[in-house]
Ligand binder design. Structure first.
Ligand code: DHB
Ligand code: FE
Length: 280
């Protein structure tokens, strides 16, 4: 049977791709952030995932405001990376796992989630940057991927409670897949940030820290807030924490922290990273 081996959540700021392209990982601005991934690299060498199920948000590349699903799952054999306007390099294409994708789609639809199924999908910085942080060096990706896309761009957004339930449904779906696969969960985006409007530059360290702590001890904690309350507390793009929450919910009730990093700022963002394992 498939087995969930861990969950990595990380910010996906486009500037990360530029720093990688320029080789700036040792620069004082970047060092603390990139160094935070060293324990993750060591863990991945041991954990050897076959597939990554990646909860992320499209930023106007594959979906635009004219047609925007709330939840979408990719079922392609290959996903090309593309840049929706940040002037960042693309990365090597990602191999999909259509059989696992269709199993997840069937399972979550049976569980009551009316998701959009995508047999073609291009993926933006929100998927590519976290992959490049986990597997640096520009070599062919050592895992296949299944993208799980959630609208955090245009209201109405799904609630934290609904995202948590989708995560739980994904966890059940993965656990019921008959192949012996080692599955890594990923959730991207966040933490607190707001890119535009009167509160541009808004960051809420206290809330971010509470949220990160909740993911080990009390993962449903943030579901008490509405999406509007979460935008108030974390910024209009900080709501990307829904993607962390969904991935975390798929891990199951108990989790232990292997490593974490929190760094202000990267670009306009309070950048966070966590690696969790399921509780033994
Ligand atoms: C930034 C952060 C994001 O999450 C994003 O999608 C784009 C830009 C930023 O902080 O620059
Ligand atoms: Fe983003």
């Amino acid at each position: 049977m498939a087995k969930i081996i861990g969950c990595v959540t990380t910010s996906h700021v486009p500037a990360i791709a530029r720093a990688i392209a320029r080789g700036e990982q040792e620069d004082p601005y970047w060092k603390e952030w990139f160094d935070g991934f060293k324990p993750v690299h060591r863990w991945l060498e041991q954990a050897k995932p076959d597939v990554a199920v990646i909860v992320y948000n499209d930023h106007g590349l594959n979906f635009f405001l004219d047609k925007l699903p709330t939840f979408a799952i990719g079922a392609a054999a290959e996903y090309q990376s593309a840049d929706e306007g940040w002037n960042i390099p693309t990365v090597l294409p990602f191999k999909g796992d259509p059989e696992l994708s269709w199993h997840l789609i069937n399972s979550v639809v049976t569980d009551g989630f009316d998701i959009t199924m995508c047999q073609e999908m291009v993926v933006d910085h929100a998927l590519c940057n976290p992959m490049a942080l986990l597997w640096p060096g520009g070599k062919p990706w050592p895992v296949r991927i299944v993208p799980v896309e959630i609208n955090t761009v245009q209201f109405p957004l799904p609630s934290a409670a609904r995202c948590y339930q989708l995560g739980e449904a994904l966890g059940r779906a993965i656990a019921s897949y008959p192949q012996d696969l080692r599955v890594l969960l990923m959730g991207t985006g966040g933490l607190s940030h707001q890119l535009d409007g009167e509160r541009a530059g808004f960051i809420n360290k206290e809330f971010d820290k509470k949220f990160m702590a909740s993911l080990t001890a009390d993962p449903a904690w943030v579901t008490r807030y509405s999406t509007i309350e979460l935008v108030e507390r974390t910024g209009s793009q900080g709501i990307e924490l829904l993607l962390w929450l969904t991935a975390r919910a798929a891990l199951g009730s108990g989790a232990r922290e292997i490593t974490a990093n929190y760094h202000i700022p990267i670009s306009n963002t309070a950048a966070g990273m966590m690696l969790l394992e399921p509780a033994a």
